[in-house]
Design a protein around this ligand. Structure first.
Ligand SMILES: NC(=O)c1ccc[n+]([C@@H]2O[C@H](COP(=O)([O-])OP(=O)(O)OC[C@H]3O[C@@H](n4cnc5c(N)ncnc54)[C@H](O)[C@@H]3O)[C@@H](O)[C@H]2O)c1
Ligand SMILES: O=P(O)(O)OC[C@@H](O)[C@@H](O)[C@H](O)[C@H](O)CO
Length: 512
């Protein structure tokens, strides 16, 4: 672990490349293995911050232990925006720095070497398809975000009407989407008599492997019904739970690495110390020995997923809009506000926990305490704006299942209703100080239009069935939602949290 700032002397500056690795200061860990010996076994779609802080880090750990040299990663960018990542990695021989930020301010930089190739699908889709079709490729993994699966948030059905999907389904289409690319590779493997690769989803979705199976089989069936049946039957799609808070890289992170450690890296990644990966052990084509580096291989990942998605990601949603409305930029600042902190604790204890199954080997009370500590890390400085982005794909997955379970069991739902109200208020576009709040969401126009009608109809936001199904018909949800929304609009986020705390204190005590 490296010395926290201030360092004794400013180290000389080196551009991050293979050739410059020996000249980096010892405070920066570098690959202990010969990268020229690493062979590609995994193709990964969606090389964002998280993949580089998590799966690629585990692969690097294995290689540093002299294991899994044939499980190197070929990164793939599916969207044209990924040209920036391609260029950044290409200029650095695929290397980048992962900086673990400890709560005491200690910084732990490590150069990760496990991504040995990178292909940009919009530039060369054929190369991407052939890479996946190659016999050495045994796993195709994904972090393409929740909306990347093209599934309806309420019904879960595959959105085959999306323009890019329709284009990829045309006869003789040159594949452009994840579905087009992966399905073409699978079809070629089948036609060549090769066994399929395992598709490993690492996105935050309950049953992410099942969701992926459903989406890929649906796409393949639309292309060719026999292929759809083959995908459904033959392609393994293990579920996995992934966890490591990975904020967006900021210019300050780049400057910190340059000034304190002498590394000129155009796109490092920063993250918290905690990392967890729980995977269903279903890899007929083989897998890296992940258990050697702390990954949990289990028969059934669903309890771990439910715990993580509802407690961690759900609490992120519980905090995000209240925090943004109150004017907080960073998660740790919001979490240190006793009103936000108390709201999160109440939500976790009284609304989420009763919906969770027992999780093997996990003490839930300890897990929840640790979460609040993780959120509270000023060193990590996670962005509230990150948690508020693309959340029409998140609220239905993390919060509404808790709300529905509470309604079904006659349990407490006031806080879940207030979270939905905070989202509606956020979508109106202004914080409590009158500053604009950007709405970064694939469905921004629709959400804004729904929120724009709240003056005339307080239920306009939750009447949209594509996000909320029939919840608007349940008065046990509507009544606390309406009250929270009115309070948010008239008194603001903090006053609403204070009022909720006051009102719910009695209810919580009665249940306890
Ligand atoms: N950041 C975290 O703390 C974290 C932790 C656990 C899990 N995750 C999971 O990882 C995902 C990515 O997070 P990130 O922090 O790396 O975000 P990011 O913005 O850094 O990267 C997102 C990646 O997904 C790709 N992508 C987006 N939409 C796509 C689509 N329709 N088709 C193909 N590729 C698409 C982007 O091109 C990019 O490579 C999250 O959505 C979540 O499911 C993130
Ligand atoms: O990544 P998303 O968009 O699914 O959700 C936002 C955050 O809740 C998420 O990235 C967490 O930081 C992460 O899941 C922690 O492991």
């Amino acid at each position: 672990m490296s010395i926290p700032p201030p360092l004794l002397a400013r180290p000389p500056l080196s551009r991050l490349t293979s050739r410059n690795l020996p000249s980096l200061t010892q405070a920066v860990a570098t690959p202990a293995y010969d990268r020229r010996r690493v062979r590609t076994g995994v193709v990964h779609l969606g090389v964002g911050g998280f993949h580089r802080a998590h799966q690629a880090m585990y692969a690097d750990r294995l290689m540093n232990a002299g294991l899994a040299m044939d499980w190197g990663i070929c990164g793939v960018g599916v969207l044209p925006d990924e040209r920036r990542m391609r260029d950044a990695l290409a200029a650095q021989d695929g290397l980048y720095t992962l900086v673990v930020k400890h709560p005491d301010g200690t910084l732990e930089p490590r150069v990760i070497g496990s991504i040995i190739e990178y292909l940009l699908a919009p530039d060369d889709p054929e190369a991407v398809v052939e890479k996946m079709a190659h016999p050495d490729t045994r796993i195709v993994s994904l972090t393409i975000t929740e909306r990347g699966y093209n599934t309806d948030p309420v019904t879960g059905s595959f959105d085959d009407g999306a323009p890019d999907i329709r284009a990829d389904l045309r006869p003789d289409a040159v594949p452009r989407t994840t579905f087009g690319l992966v399905t073409e590779a699978l079809a070629r493997r089948r036609d060549r008599g090769l066994s399929p690769f395992t598709v490993l989803s690492c996105d935050n979705l309950q049953g992410n492997g099942d969701v992926a199976r459903h989406a890929f089989a649906a796409f393949a069936s639309l292309r060719d019904p026999d292929l759809g049946t083959w995908v459904e039957r033959e392609v393994p799609f293990p579920n996995s739970m992934v966890d490591r808070i990975t904020p967006q890289t900021t210019p300050d992170d780049i400057a910190m690495l340059r000034d304190l450690f002498g590394v000129a890296d155009t796109w490092p990644v920063v993250c918290e110390p905690f990392a967890q990966w729980v995977i269903e052990d279903h890899f007929p084509a083989g897998r890296p020995p992940w258990e050697e580096v702390g990954v949990q291989l289990v028969d059934d990942v669903s309890p771990y997923e439910a715990m993580k998605l509802r407690l961690l990601n759900g609490s992120h949603q519980a905090m995000a809009y209240f925090a943004a409305l109150a004017g907080y930029q960073h998660v740790h600042d919001a979490c240190r506000d006793p009103l936000v902190n108390g709201f999160l604790q109440g939500y976790m204890d009284h609304e989420v926990s009763p919906t969770l199954p027992a999780v093997p080997g996990v003490d839930l009370e300890h897990y929840k305490e640790a979460l609040l500590e993780r959120f509270g890390s000023a060193a990590v400085a996670d962005q509230v704006s990150r948690l508020c982005a693309q959340t029409s794909a998140l609220i239905p997955k993390y919060v509404l299942p808790v709300l529905r379970a509470g309604l079904a069991s006659g349990g407490e739902v006031h806080r879940a209703a207030a979270i939905v109200a905070s989202w509606a208020r956020f979508a109106e576009g202004w914080d409590d100080h009158g500053r604009p709040l950007p709405l970064v969401d694939r469905h921004a126009d629709r959400l804004r239009a729904n929120a724009g009608r709240l003056d005339m109809d307080p239920l306009a936001f939750i009447a949209d069935q594509s996000f909320f199904g029939d919840l608007v018909d349940d008065e046990r949800f509507v009544e606390p939602y309406r009250r929270a929304l009115t309070s948010l609009r008239e008194h603001g986020a903090r006053a609403t949290l204070a009022a909720l705390t006051h009102v719910l204190r009695g209810a919580d005590a009665a249940v306890a």
